[in-house]
Design a binder for this molecule. Structure first.
Ligand code: PEP
Ligand code: MN
Length: 292
């Protein structure tokens, strides 16, 4: 991938992107929240529940990219104000999606991290605008994007002057219809060797099925992901978007417990292989005795 000047690993140390107390690329960061911000009471209830279960950041959409123009489009500014309130109350940094280049600068005053969704991964005007400010950008993989196309999208943001990019694998479109998408977990170790940027996994959109979210989260942790992004709702049946894939707070709590144990177990293995480098998740090329 010769065209990458900023996103390529090239032997560089892995990047840590900070948002509030969350450090993406160091340890394991769990982002959770509803697909859409729906009301203040509901958002606060979900925010408290995910914080209590061990989440490190809250995510909720105020501007939603919906397939149908008649579906719920988000609460806009009112939703951003609710996210601010949830941050004030829980201390969690907040992540929200930006759809339009004209909205980047004012939305960045409300959010700690701006999400660029799968459908906008190659919206080059949006990427350039996201690069002109310094708030971290969570860049989801496009529905049909190769790793090279995805990293080139990150390159747009980095080369425009914003070094704070977090990648998020959210499944790609294949011939399979049982799952909403096909979660490409091989992207995790591949991206870790190609790039220094942190990489999260979103098993919610990656599978679209509640019962698959926990097993895929455990697998993502085992594959070396830097964290997860998971949709949680206190009454999924009533959710205004993505109702068939959100976890209940109790399901999320149990997932967090198991995922943290898988991650601790891997840290233990890695620590044995690389004593004194606790929390570090080495690539093949970094392992002891490898001359590269
Ligand atoms: C979302 O995160 O709610 C979302 C719409 O995701 P994606 O862009 O991955 O489809
Ligand atoms: Mn969603």
């Amino acid at each position: 991938m010769k065209s990458l000047q900023y996103a390529a690993r090239n032997g560089a140390a892995r990047t840590v992107v900070q948002a509030g107390a969350a450090r993406f690329g160091e340890g394991f960061v769990i982002v959770a929240g509803p697909c859409s911000v729906e009301s203040e009471d509901r958002l606060l209830a979900i925010a408290r529940a995910v914080k209590d279960a061990g989440a490190d950041a809250l995510r909720g959409g105020a501007f939603k990219p919906r397939t149908s123009p008649y579906a719920f489009q988000g609460l806009g500014l009112a939703g951003l104000r609710m996210l601010e309130k949830a941050r004030e109350e829980t201390g969690l940094p907040v992540i929200t999606e930006v759809l339009d280049p004209r909205d980047v600068s004012w939305i960045s005053e409300y959010a700690d991290v701006l999400q660029i969704g799968a459908r906008n991964m190659q919206n080059f005007s949006l990427l350039k605008e996201a690069g002109k400010q310094k708030k971290p950008i969570l860049l989801k993989r496009g529905l049909q994007a190769t790793l090279e196309e995805w990293l080139n999208s990150a390159e747009y943001i980095l080369s425009a002057g914003n070094p704070n990019v977090i990648l998020c694998e959210r499944g790609i479109r294949t011939f399979e219809t049982y799952t909403r998408n096909t979660l490409d977990l091989s992207a995790v170790p591949a991206i870790r060797s190609l790039s220094h940027l942190p990489i999260l996994v979103d098993p919610t959109h990656g599978t679209g099925r509640v019962e698959l979210v926990e097993p895929m989260s455990l697998a993502a942790a085992a594959a070396g992901a830097d964290g997860l992004m998971i949709e949680v709702h206190d009454n999924p049946g009533e959710a205004l978007s993505d109702k068939s894939q959100a976890l209940l707070p109790d399901q999320f709590r149990s997932l967090v417990e198991k995922v943290r144990r898988v991650r601790a177990c891997l840290d233990e293995f890695n620590d044995k292989e690389n004593p004194g480098r606790s929390g570090h998740f080495p690539q093949e090329s970094e392992k002891k005795g490898d001359p590269r």
